[in-house]
Design a protein around this ligand. Structure first.
Ligand SMILES: [Zn+2]
Length: 273
């Protein structure tokens, strides 16, 4: 099968020397190391990746291998009253770092509405530093998360409040695809990454046959938006096998839009040169 020539992975998680991530990577046929990610990126034509930050929030700039950028993650702990002010200062310090290309919010994992006053300082910072805010949307990995906080309509309200900012709806709000498409269609300042739609190793022929209705829905609602500038390829590595995932997304996107979806859109949104 034909493949995109050049790729930016707009959504991954990189936590080397973490036993949990090591195990997930092995399940997907990978190794959770810098050396492995460099080798597999070179092999598959992935020139750059954007880490959705899972690290501690400190004012010390986070360091990643040179092929990676990162969004600084605002977790539940950052929003607690004892740590909120320090976390705002930490986010600003990270945003000053050129390798930091945005802010990541964990809606759903944090049971706080996206327009709660606690979140406002992070939007203001992202606006000041002209960097996007990526928001977890759609089904969560943890059963303790609350889905009403990560429904795509939550992001609609934020996008309307901050029309001069760029937002990234992670995972295209899956499986709320119709709602996600409506939010993208209406709001020019919202795009979606297509990460995390598969997990582990997948026999694509078997999967496409078993879930053909769902895959038809994905294809339909991506096409419905009628704007391939609005979609970014991402993987959610180490969750998924990169080789298989490139095949999976290539099949959902018309070939003439591959360079936009696999590369140019992420380069534009995350300011990657
Ligand atoms: Zn993720």
């Amino acid at each position: 099968m034909e493949r995109p020539d050049r790729i930016i992975d707009a959504h991954l998680h990189f936590q080397p020397k973490n036993a949990h991530f090591d195990a997930i990577a092995l399940t997907a046929g990978h190794e959770n190391t810098s050396a492995h990610i460099a080798a597999i990126y070179a092999q598959l034509g992935i020139e750059c990746g954007v880490v959705m930050g899972n690290r501690e929030l400190t004012t010390e700039p986070h360091k990643y291998p040179h092929t990676l950028r990162y969004c600084v993650g605002v977790h539940q702990r950052a929003l607690e009253s004892a740590t909120h002010q320090a976390s705002i200062e930490a986010v600003e310090a990270q945003l000053r770092n050129s390798q930091c290309v945005g802010v990541k919010l964990y809606a759903g994992y944090c049971a706080i509405p996206l327009l709660d006053p606690l979140y406002i300082p992070y939007y203001e910072l992202a606006r000041r530093y002209r960097k996007p805010v990526a928001v977890h949307m759609g089904v969560t990995a943890s059963p303790r998360a609350l889905l009403k906080y990560c429904h795509p309509l939550q992001l609609d309200a934020v996008a309307v409040n901050y029309p001069d900012m760029q937002f990234v709806m992670c995972h295209f709000g899956n499986p709320w695809l119709t709602d996600a498409a409506a939010v993208l269609e209406k709001n020019e300042n919202v795009c979606a990454d297509l990460s995390g739609l598969l997990a582990g190793r997948v026999d694509l022929a078997e999967y496409r046959s078993r879930l053909r209705g769902y895959i038809g829905q994905l294809r339909t609602w991506i096409a419905y938006v009628e704007n391939y500038e609005s979609f970014l390829f991402g993987t959610d590595w180490p969750l998924v096998n990169l080789d298989e995932y490139i095949d999976f997304i290539s099949d959902l996107i018309p070939e003439k839009h591959w360079d936009a979806v696999f590369y140019l859109n992420a380069a534009r949104v995350y300011g990657i040169k």
